[in-house]
Write a protein that binds this ligand. Sequence first.
Ligand code: SAH
Length: 355
Amino acid sequence: MSLRDILLRQIAVDGPLSLADYMQTCLLHPDHGYYATRDPLGASGDFITAPEISQMFGELLGLCLAQSWMDQGGGPCVLAELGPGRGTLMADMLRATNTIPGFAPQLHLVEASPALRAVQRATLEGHDITWHDSAATLPPAPLYLVANEFFDALPIRQFIRQGRGWAEKRVGAEGDALQFGLTEPVPMEALAHRLADTKDGDVVELCPAAPPVIAEISARIAQHGGAALIVDYGDWISLGDTFQAVKDHSPTDPLQTPGTADLTAHVDFSALAAASACRASQMIAQGELLHRLGIGPRAQQIAESFDAKSDEKGVQSHLAAYQRLTDPAQMGTLFKAIALYPKGAQPPPGFDEQG
Ligand code: SAH
């Protein structure tokens, strides 16, 4: 049975699905889910992420976490990643930090996809790694954690303001076709705080799965120390329809071929900060953060390591990667970051305290 047939049957039994239920099934269904069945990353996949663009991304985030570890007095700790993709970011972090005296973290990866776990195992061969299905089983220890393009893959619900109520967007069926529909508007406690800054017709998204993840990691950081770096595309507060499907590096209809396209939504960073049991930094644009962490000199150093005459292409593609990560017209401002860190500690390098 195809995923479309499974969804049609589910809709026939239970009625239209929330976008969250639709996303969850399309991304993680054990037999047909997008992440469950393939490695979608990289130039030959459907999309490319910062660590796949350049090693500098993981190096700088790794050094940022290691500096925070030193600032908090060092000692045994856990280095963890949520949604590690191909394991490239973790590999770059480990390489950049492996000469730091005393920094010998236990490695923990939270990954739902068996296909990607296998890729991570190969990328990180030689390292002792524990995999988890969810952040809830991470050990109670000082936690240094990174999550890049993880929260954008978590399922969202979408609401359209009508008067003082909210109509929810749903996926229903018309014959054999999947189709969007709307519920009747109802007042919603969870969106009461958005009545002041929205008007009729505005779209607001909620990601119910995100706060519990933040609660797990921030509780460990509050109790044992550590820091979390969260990087994703999104903004401080959710406004507008950001649900999108990408296949072969191009936008596609999210209802056309369920399970074969990446489905994402922008991250609402204020919702992550609000769920934190430890301190949350100000949000910062990715380009600005990487500049503060020293991507300029690092890019220069790597450029000089190429033999400019015989490997002009290598130099060019390295400089293009640097541009792509930092340029406001590319990923520089679309992607944002926040850090979580303990009360009483200073924020990790590059991040500012909230005023
Ligand atoms: N961080 C990587 C990959 C981003 S793609 C990079 O920057 O290249 C999203 C990753 O999150 C994939 O590894 C995917 O399998 C994983 N993922 C998505 N939903 C998840 C969930 N609910 N629980 C655990 N992992 C999840």
